[in-house]
Design a binder for this molecule. Structure first.
Ligand SMILES: Nc1ncnc2c1ncn2[C@@H]1O[C@H](COP(=O)(O)OP(=O)(O)OP(=O)(O)O)[C@@H](O)[C@H]1O
Length: 612
């Protein structure tokens, strides 16, 4: 159907629809684009009921917030305004009762079969996302009900014994390898440093031991994650014969694996009609995979190919809608039938998956114990335990007194010293042409914020760091002289550049090289160098959002918490922030903010919950 905004009828519909949409847009509940989509749907579907159009616009808003659908009974009325302050919009004319709102939607032409909206109980979807959810559900259920892959248990047991020497039979890494071999679908879940990548490397050896010719794809949602996965798998030390079996395995982005098409960004060369040739597809950082991408991936994988999802379900979910990993972990029917105890016994595993195909790796091999205890308390929703950890000193520091809205907040001397000292070290190494030293020093400490703008946001704190550096004076003369590519300038790449091999989220630093400068970025042991003039979208990074820091770790992290009312302050955000640190964490904020965060698991509405 084509749309004609210019017809009299179109104008009339738009004017009639103006009321609530205009009011809610004026207060910042809706973005103008949310309202525009709703108006367009109204015009096309001959619907002018204000409350129906408001629901449609809020569904579009929910997608921007990561939810696949709108829960009519649970719409967040607190809005984060452009200047970073919070506005409770309960005084707006919100539809009074969810039941009555749902009834109006049920009667609307927009929710009829073939219409653009889908209502199911009190959940409202844009039809496209509901279809994607149904596709993912159908694909996972079909994979779960098919007869499992044929496996040689004697070989499997021998391979597990070889690859997990000295581990007891209850070890969960071993179990994860077993389940991923014995079933078509498996989930390997775990926090940072629990050995997910190590397990994947060994799984490759196990699978190639079962079938030396099996074709394996390693994929991740971002270029940066794919590059890191490829490096980590290549570097893993395996018994010689297993290393030879694994050979070279390339990791790519999921987009590249599926084959991007020039004509569309939402479809790929590989789909249900032209399946991927691989026998095994292993997806890392699955927490960052959106519903849309998951639907495209699952339709492209052959029914008789194994799929292994690896990731941390407690982390922040992708920016796009859908948190399929979290849904997979909490809605067991989506998984795969748990291998029977005797099937696992036969391959020498005494542990069993927690729920269907999900194996959770619990033991942390990298982070320090205080951080691991804090992360666990947060994950378990125990705010008092989290506060107790924070106040028990050790590797954790809790700065409760600072008023972050002050121009020069008290209590931040430690942070100031850290960032100024760190910048000095980076600059010293950079001026001496020591690329690795400068990169290393730059990864020592990271300042993380929940917000981008406002008193608690990245913009303000990046400026604050600049001011501290200016006041310090000793960091870098070139910087003061207005040189753009001054040695020691910390860089953040904000767009993928496949030609340069740089990915959104990569961090680097400018380093002196003779009488010129180069930009260097971490890549395994040998940093990559690029000419600054070739760099596309990069910024100086003095502070970062927690979202941005996903997938990276630093020696020390400082987290600035917004006030308790901030809708961005969630359990996943705090968990993700503190687990970015390997050795030390400093949390700046109030006990109320910690309570609010821990007590507020992200409410991302998705229809998978219906299957729980
Ligand atoms: N079973 C094990 N025994 C001893 N060390 C291990 C074991 N498994 C992993 N490690 C070590 O722990 C560290 C973290 O492992 P790995 O990188 O595989 O974790 P990860 O879960 O993939 O972490 P991230 O999510 O941060 O990528 C590595 O140095 C690895 O060598």
């Amino acid at each position: 159907m084509t749309m004609d905004f210019a017809t009299e009828e179109g104008v009339r519909y738009a004017a009639r629809a103006g009321g609530l949409l205009a009011t809610f847009t004026a207060r910042g509940v809706l973005a103008p684009s949310d309202a525009a989509v709703a108006r367009r749907l109204g015009r096309l579907g001959r619907e002018d009921d204000d409350e129906v159009l408001l629901a449609a616009a809020l569904t579009v808003r929910a997608l921007r917030g990561g939810s696949v659908c709108l829960a009519l009974g649970d719409v967040d009325r607190v809005v984060l305004t452009d200047d970073g302050t919070l506005d409770d919009t309960s005084d707006l004319p919100w539809p009074a009762a969810p039941a009555a709102w749902a009834a109006r939607l049920a009667a609307s032409p927009l929710t009829r079969p073939g219409g653009p909206l889908r209502l199911d109980d009190r959940l409202l979807w844009l039809d496209r996302y509901r279809r994607q959810e149904d596709e993912v559900h159908a694909s996972l259920t079909a994979r779960a009900s098919a007869p499992p892959p044929s496996v040689d248990p004697v070989r499997l047991r021998a391979a597990l014994d070889r690859l997990f020497p000295g581990e007891d039979a209850g070890d969960h890494q071993r179990l994860a390898c077993a389940v991923a071999t014995l079933r078509w679908t498996a989930v390997i879940a775990g926090g940072p440093g629990t050995g997910k990548t190590t397990t994947v490397s060994r799984l490759l050896a196990v699978l190639r031991d079962q079938d030396p010719t099996c074709r394996i794809a390693l994929a991740a949602p971002t270029g940066k994650a794919a590059a890191r996965l490829g490096e980590a798998v290549a570097a893993e030390s395996l018994p010689e014969a297993d290393r030879a079996r694994v050979g070279d395995v390339d990791a790519s982005t999921i987009h590249r694996l599926l084959g991007s098409r020039a004509d569309t960004s939402s479809r790929f060369r590989h789909d249900r009609h032209r399946r991927l040739p691989h026998d095994v597809v292993i997806v890392d950082e699955t927490s960052m995979v959106s519903l849309t991408l998951m639907a495209r991936l699952l339709e492209a994988v052959r029914d008789d190919a194994r799929v292994v999802f690896v990731g941390d379900p407690d982390q922040l979910a992708p920016v796009e809608a859908g948190a399929v990993l979290g849904d997979l972990v909490s809605a067991p029917e989506l998984g795969t039938p748990r291998p029977a105890p005797d099937e696992l016994d036969a391959v020498g595993c005494t542990a069993h998956p927690a729920a269907n195909g999900v194996v959770r790796l619990e033991r942390n091999y990298r982070n320090n114990a205080d951080i691991a205890a804090l992360a666990l308390a947060i994950r378990q929703g125990d705010a008092d335990a989290a506060l107790e950890c924070l106040r028990s000193a050790g590797s954790l520091e809790f700065v409760e007194s600072a008023d972050l809205t002050d121009r020069e907040p008290a209590g931040l001397a430690g942070l100031r010293e850290e960032v100024v000292g760190g910048a000095r070290e980076v600059a010293a190494a950079a001026r001496a042409g020591d690329a690795r030293g400068a990169l290393f020093a730059g990864e020592e400490h990271r300042l993380l914020c929940a917000h981008r703008r406002g008193p608690y946001g990245v913009a303000r704190w990046a400026a604050q760091v600049e001011r501290w550096l200016d006041e310090d004076g000793g960091v870098d003369a070139d910087r003061e002289a207005g040189e753009i590519w001054w040695p020691g300038r910390p860089l953040l790449v904000t767009e993928n550049d496949y030609d340069l091999g740089l990915y959104n989220g990569d961090t680097g630093v400018i380093v002196a090289q003779g009488n010129r400068t180069v930009a260097v970025f971490s890549r395994g042991d040998v940093p990559v160098e690029r000419a600054p003039a070739l760099l596309g979208d990069v910024t100086t990074v003095n502070a970062m959002t927690v979202h941005r820091a996903q997938g990276s770790q630093y020696t020390k992290v400082t987290v600035l918490l917004p006030p308790p009312e901030s809708p961005l302050l969630t359990r996943e955000l705090l968990y993700t922030a503190v687990t970015r640190a390997r050795d030390r964490v400093r949390v700046v904020g109030s006990a109320e903010s910690v309570h609010a965060a821990v007590g507020r698991p992200i409410s991302r509405a998705s229809g998978f919950a219906r299957h729980r």
